[in-house]
Structure formats: structure tokens, C-alpha cells
Design a protein. Structure first.
Length: 337
């Protein structure tokens, strides 16, 4: 008898790892929910604003200082020549010119003083929000009391918030945890302000949707959307206690753009609008009305970003508004009679 010989098999052994082409999806979500969630996913996630977006490069600072100095020197030389020409023609014209120049300089000084105070108030609100976010983590009692005192001082001259201030003053001494103080302050003071801010956003979005739908020129759309966004940000800033001035509004606009750059913009095409409104309704909606709806949703994005960068307390207890919350109201505009 021959001895048994082992024969190598050409069959491959099954590997331990079995790769599947795709995971089983027994209960796939509806397509409409996927599209909506993909649009507003970044909006709804509470992301922190990166400090690199808020820092201004030192080269840009040097450029702005240099160009400002050159413009100031040019204006000074022009005024000197103007006053000299007035004195050459008539001495009384020279004195009138000097008087007008002094009045203009005084008005300009008052303007810059108001701008400085407005910027300081805006910075104070920003620091207050940062301290409140830290207090929610540290649970510091002293910081919580300080924030409550700052909030009461911030809204001391608001008659419509007298009841909320009184409620906060009565209950705050019985609270010992700093995080609970912030949460109670948010429920007491921010609730009514958030409702008013949502109403401002909804009204602005409707105006943008209607005007851009009926305007004959694209340039009119751009100008109106920019104006409405600037106006919406200023109104929300006033609502939460800031005093938006010229430079303050520019700072708020820069913060909003930085926030939108981080969280992502809204890009809606015709197919997405059809999924949001439904194919039957989208077929009855004109292309211009669809563009108006898209512009309205962009205004909603600006308003939500303005709430996040201006609100003196971060969203913790109360629900942060989402883009999807305003879609139903904007869709009513597109409904046919």
C-alpha cells in the first residue's frame, strides 16, 4: 500500500473578513427628509466659530492704517486750500468757512464717540456670551451671579421685560449652581426675545421672497437682498440689547459672514425646491417665484446666524431655530389661489 500523500487544494480559504458591497437598509428614510437634512445639517449643529476667521491679518491692518493716513492728509490739504481761497476772496467768507469746519469736526467727534461706545457695548455682549458658555461647563457660582447682574443691567431700560427681570431677581438668590443660573436666565429673559427675533426673520424672508419674485432685474434682487439682510441683522442686534452703529454693523456683518462660511451656505436648485414643495405644487410655481423662495431661505440663514452671534446667552435650554422651521411659512406664498 502506498502512503497517503497530502494534495494541495487550489480553492481559496474563506477569509475572516467578509466585505459587503453595501450595508442593508431595511428602513430607508424618505428622500424628502434626506434632502432637507442635507441642506440644514450644518445649520442645526452647534459649531463654534473658529478664531482664525475673526482675526485680521497684520498686513491688512498696515494697509488700512496707511490708506487712512493718506486719505486724512489729502482731506486736510484740501480744506486748507479751501479756507485759504475763501479768505483770499473775502474775509467774511473765510470766517464762515472756518466756522463750518469747526462744526463739522465737532459733529465728527461726537459720531466717533458714539461709534466707540457702540463697539464697546457689542464687545461686552460678546464677552458675556463667552463667559456664559464657560459657566455652563465650569458651573461657577460667582460667574453665574455676575452674568445675571450683567443681564439685568443690560435690559434695565426695557419696559417690556420688567416682568422677566423681576422674576429673575426673585428666583436667582435661591439658585446655587452657576449652570442652572444661566439656564434659568435663558428661559426667563431670552424666551420672549427669541420669539420676536423669529418673527423678524420670518417677515424679512417673506419680503425678500415676494420682492425678488416680482422684480424685473437681477440687480434689483441683489440690492434688495443685501439691504434686507443688513436691516435684519441691525434689528436683531437692537432686539438683544446691542446698539448697532456704522462700524458696529460692519463688525456684525463680518461675524455673520464668518459664521455662514463655517456652517456652510444653502444651495437650492430646481430639483431640491421640487422636493421641498412637492412635484405637483412646484409645477404650478413659476421660476421667478422659485428664486424668491431660495432668496427667502437665504435671508432665514442670515437671521439665524445673526441670532447666534448677537444673542448674549448661548442656546442651551431653549431650542435654536432651524431653517426647516420657516419653510412652511415661505411655502404658503407659493400656493396657487
Amino acid at each position: 500500500m502506498r502512503k497517503p500523500i497530502a494534495i494541495k487544494s487550489h480553492k481559496q480559504k474563506p477569509s475572516g473578513k467578509i466585505k459587503s458591497e453595501r450595508s442593508a437598509q431595511a428602513f430607508a428614510p424618505p428622500q424628502q427628509k434626506e434632502i432637507i437634512s442635507s441642506i440644514i445639517e450644518k445649520t442645526n449643529s452647534p459649531q463654534q466659530i473658529d478664531s482664525s476667521f475673526t482675526k485680521i491679518h497684520w498686513l491688512r491692518n498696515i494697509f488700512l492704517i496707511s490708506i487712512s493716513l493718506l486719505i486724512s492728509l489729502a482731506i486736510g490739504l484740501w480744506f486748507e486750500q479751501l479756507i485759504g481761497s475763501l479768505f483770499t476772496r473775502n474775509i467774511w467768507l473765510g470766517y464762515i468757512g472756518i466756522t463750518a469746519l469747526v462744526i463739522m469736526l465737532l459733529a465728527l467727534m461726537v459720531f466717533f464717540i458714539r461709534e466707540i461706545f457702540a463697539l464697546l457695548r457689542l464687545k461686552h455682549i460678546d464677552n458675556l456670551r463667552t463667559l456664559a458658555s464657560q459657566t455652563l461647563i465650569d458651573d461657577n457660582n460667582k460667574q453665574g451671579k455676575k452674568i445675571i447682574a450683567e443681564l439685568l443691567s443690560l435690559y434695565a431700560n426695557r419696559p417690556e421685560m420688567a416682568a422677566a427681570r423681576t422674576n429673575l431677581e426673585k428666583i436667582s438668590p435661591d439658585i446655587f449652581d452657576g449652570s442652572v443660573m444661566i439656564q434659568h436666565s435663558e428661559r426667563t429673559l431670552m424666551s420672549s426675545l427669541d420669539k420676536q427675533a423669529k418673527a423678524l426673520i420670518s417677515a424679512s424672508a417673506k419680503r425678500v421672497s415676494i420682492v425678488t419674485a416680482i422684480s424685473p432685474r437681477a440687480l434689483v434682487d441683489i440690492i434688495f437682498v443685501a439691504y434686507e439682510s443688513f436691516k435684519l441683522a441691525s434689528n436683531i442686534a437692537k432686539l438683544y440689547g446691542a446698539r448697532p452703529s456704522v462700524f458696529g454693523s460692519l463688525k456684525i456683518g463680518s461675524a455673520i459672514l464668518s459664521h455662514l462660511a463655517i456652517t456652510g451656505g444653502v444651495a437650492l436648485g430646481d430639483s431640491v425646491v421640487q422636493q421641498l414643495l412637492g412635484h405637483s405644487m412646484a409645477a404650478k410655481v413659476s421660476a421667478r417665484l422659485g428664486e424668491g423662495l431660495v432668496n427667502g431661505l437665504m435671508s432665514v440663514r442670515v437671521g439665524i446666524a445673526a441670532m447666534r452671534v448677537i444673542r448674549p446667552l448661548p442656546f442651551n435650554t431653549l431650542k435654536q431655530p432651524k431653517v426647516i422651521d420657516f419653510i412652511a411659512e415661505l411655502a404658503k406664498i407659493t400656493k396657487p389661489d
